[in-house]
Design a binder for this molecule. Structure first.
Ligand code: ASP
Ligand code: MG
Length: 438
């Protein structure tokens, strides 16, 4: 017997038929002798629809009421799915985030989990019930409903899996797992059979949309094995773990995940995948005095306005070493307030100019294999130059190289690099079953 947490995204529970299909899968897992906890997202586009309706009523919705509103989507799902599972003769009980013991701080709209006390869930599964939990929400110290940020149901699932010490957290979506690049850009992207948690973290942090970043962070911190797969097919998806799977899960995880990790590692390619991100902007602060403390001031100001700075490059012109230019990238939503805040400190920081470019794209090459393989950057840069694509900024970690290009060049860059690293599959494998990618 294994303890399995299954998370179903909105496209997997988009209507009554879909609910029944999911209920069947849940019931089968339970009947195979496993303990099952299910986390559900809101049906289809419910969350977007609720946001639109609120926007028709007010431009200044109180954050607290917004969270009550948005949490309703997942509650509808949990109740309906519980009914559907009970209908199949398997006892199931639905729980809100609060009832499932998900305690958060009071940051409405982006609350962080500060404690997990899933006692009712533990009791329910011990009694042979399937526990069905509304994703994306928790409760604050003041007993207000909070939500965890868009895509947050993944985090609910992983947090529950960690707290309950589950054998696996299955993330069900409408594609067959994680791919070596976005199949919409690279039709010959191949499905990744396994990925390390570190690689997944880099993927999620640099634009791969399939998993909530905080869910991956949680999985890594608490060692929760993840299996990302489609609820529309029986195919194995992508296994994300640093340790081989519990053999009890035979048949439920890709064979590769059960294999000897050493062997698996030997066949691991240098590069696992390519993530891309269109949602960043670039700001350059020119000609500031090249003295200690100037960069600190700039990024203090960015931090004060809550801008999430990503890449940073400083250059000092050889012709005038008393000056420096600092360029950085940040999410497009943070650009306006950052520019305004820097402008307000122009006299203090003594820069010449603020340059702003919203038309950039970022490509990130990710792979644990690059740690021991020299020449990866050379190959990347060569692939880009052969495609006649200019690089603007470059940043690296031990297992990632990111480059910024013109936004218009980004798709071509991803394609060229995918081919250059031998990642193209012989035939296209990616099927989007549901349509929303959630
Ligand atoms: N329903 C929420 C959203 O659309 C949470 C989720 O699906 O994970 O963002
Ligand atoms: Mg999602």
């Amino acid at each position: 017997m294994a303890l399995i947490v299954q998370k179903y995204g909105g496209s997997s529970v988009s209507d009554a038929e879909a609910m029944k299909r999911v209920a069947k899968r849940v019931a089968e897992t339970h009947e195979a002798g496993h303990q099952v906890v299910v986390v559900v997202s809101a049906m289809g586009d419910t969350t977007d629809d609720l946001l639109d309706t609120a926007a028709e009523i007010t431009k200044n919705a109180p954050e607290r009421e917004m969270d009550i509103l948005l949490s309703a989507g997942e509650r509808i799902s949990m109740a309906l799915l519980s009914m559907a599972v009970n209908e199949l003769g398997v006892p199931a009980t639905a729980y809100t985030g609060a009832q499932a013991g998900i305690r958060t701080n009071s940051n409405f709209g982006r609350a962080q989990i500060i404690g997990m006390v899933p006692e009712r869930i533990a009791r329910a599964i011990k009694d042979g019930q399937v526990a069905i939990v509304a994703g994306f929400q928790g409760v604050s110290k003041d007993e207000d409903v909070t939500t965890l940020g868009r895509g947050g149901s993944d985090t609910t699932a992983v947090a529950l899996a960690a707290a309950l010490n589950a054998d696996v957290c299955e993330i069900y979506t409408d594609v067959d797992g994680l791919f070596s690049a976005d199949p919409r850009i690279v039709p010959k992207a191949h499905r990744l059979r396994t990925l390390t948690q570190e690689e997944t973290l880099e993927m999620a942090a640099h634009g791969a949309k399939i998993l909530h970043l905080r869910a991956v962070e949680f999985a890594r911190r608490y060692g929760v094995p993840l299996h990302v797969r489609s609820s529309f097919s029986e195919k194995n998806g992508t296994w994300i773990s640093d340790t081989p799977a519990n053999p009890q899960l035979k048949g439920m995880v890709p064979a590769a995940a059960l294999a000897n990790p050493e062997e698996e590692h030997m066949e691991q390619p240098v590069i696992s995948g390519i993530a891309h991100d269109r949602s960043q902007d670039k700001i350059t602060v020119t000609n500031l005095p090249n003295t200690p403390g100037q960069a600190a001031r700039i990024f203090e100001i960015c931090a004060e306005v809550g801008a999430n700075v990503d890449m940073i490059v400083q250059n000092v012109p050889v012709s005038d070493p008393t000056k420096a230019n600092i360029t950085f990238t940040l999410p497009e939503g943070d650009a306006k307030k950052t520019l305004a805040a820097l402008e307000a400190h122009r006299a203090e920081i003594q820069f010449d100019d603020l340059r702003y470019n919203p038309n950039i794209g970022k490509l990130s090459l990710i792979g644990a294999g690059m740690r021991t393989n020299p020449g990866v950057s050379a190959r990347l840069f060569k692939a880009l130059s052969e495609a006649n694509i200019n690089m603007d900024l470059i940043s690296t970690s031990e297992i990632r190289i990111s480059v910024v290009t013109k936004l218009d060049d980004l798709d071509r860059a991803v394609q060229a690099v995918h081919t250059a690293f031998g990642l193209d599959a012989t035939e296209s494998e990616a099927v989007v079953y549901g349509g929303t990618g959630r």
